[in-house]
Structures are given as C-alpha cells and as structure tokens.
Design a protein around this ligand. Structure first.
Ligand code: FES
Length: 153
C-alpha cells in the first residue's frame, strides 16, 4: 500500500504525516509525531496503556487507524497540562501516588479524565468498573481510584 498524507489534530495543533493507511493512531503518535507519552503495552486492545481522547471520548489508540481520526480532536497526555499547571487529574495522581512504575499512567490519567467528564465516577465501584480496561501491573488501583474520587468531588 502506498504512503498518503494525513492531517491529525493533536493537542490543538494540526500535524501532517505521510504514512501507510495501515498505521495505527498509536504508532502515528509515537513513531511519526514523537509523542511517546502514549504507551504500547499489548497492541491488542487489552491493557489500556495507549488510551487517548478522541473528541473527548477515550479510545485505545492501538485499535484505530490514524487515517480514520483525521478531522477529530485528539488529546494525549502531552496535551493535558497547561504550561506548568498540571491538569487536576495529573495533580491528583501525584497527590495520591496513583502509580508505581508509571508505564500505565498516561492511559490511566486520560481514562480518569473521561470517567469524570462522562459522569462515571459517582462511586468508587463505578470508577473501578469504568477503569477496568486500564491495567496496572504494580497494583496501584486503590490510589488511582482515590485520585479519580478527588477530581470528581
Ligand atoms: Fe492498546 Fe494495550 S497497547 S490496549
């Protein structure tokens, strides 16, 4: 398949890449745009490490093609803070130690943002259910839930 030009709006800026249509959004972000905050854990839609927001909704970026996301607002972990000011969810993860090794953290934080924004964080049980697609091998789940709870309040 040939290479074609794609225009991706990432963190408020339109970026142009030349890539084959088979390239996933995750690979476009990491390999073409140098936005390596989104992590590749499984590349199969099972771990949530690659979670980004597309038009405000969370998505596993390993399961969607870059070409399909043209014209949409893509938000990665790099786009969440405003200058030196952390996004409230980032600050809450720091405060509550919502990580250990940190590999799953970008995906956890973006999933947490969507969890609150879409009204799924009204109880810890609901948060756990909503966040169940974001795996943490260090087992920081109680602290992650605490961080989401703080932002929800
Ligand atoms: Fe996408 Fe694991 S890398 S869900």
């Amino acid at each position: 398949q040939g290479v074609s030009e794609m225009r991706l709006k990432v963190n408020g800026t339109v970026r142009v890449i030349n890539a084959e249509p088979r390239v996933t959004l995750l690979d476009a972000l990491r390999e073409y745009l140098d936005l390596t905050g989104s992590k590749k854990g499984c590349d199969l839609g099972q771990c949530g490490a690659c979670t980004v927001l597309v038009d405000g909704r969370r998505i596993n970026s390993c399961l969607t093609l870059a070409v399909m996301n043209q014209g949409r607002e893509i938000t990665t972990i790099e786009g969440l803070a405003k200058g030196d000011d952390l996004h409230p969810m980032q600050a809450a993860f720091v405060k509550h130690d919502g990580f250990q090794c940190g590999y799953c953290t970008p995906g956890q934080i973006l999933s947490g943002v969507a969890c609150v924004n879409e009204g799924h964080a009204t109880s810890d049980a609901q948060t756990r259910e909503w966040m169940s697609g974001n795996l943490c091998r260090c087992g920081a789940y109680p602290n992650i839930v605490a961080a989401v709870r703080e932002v929800q309040q």
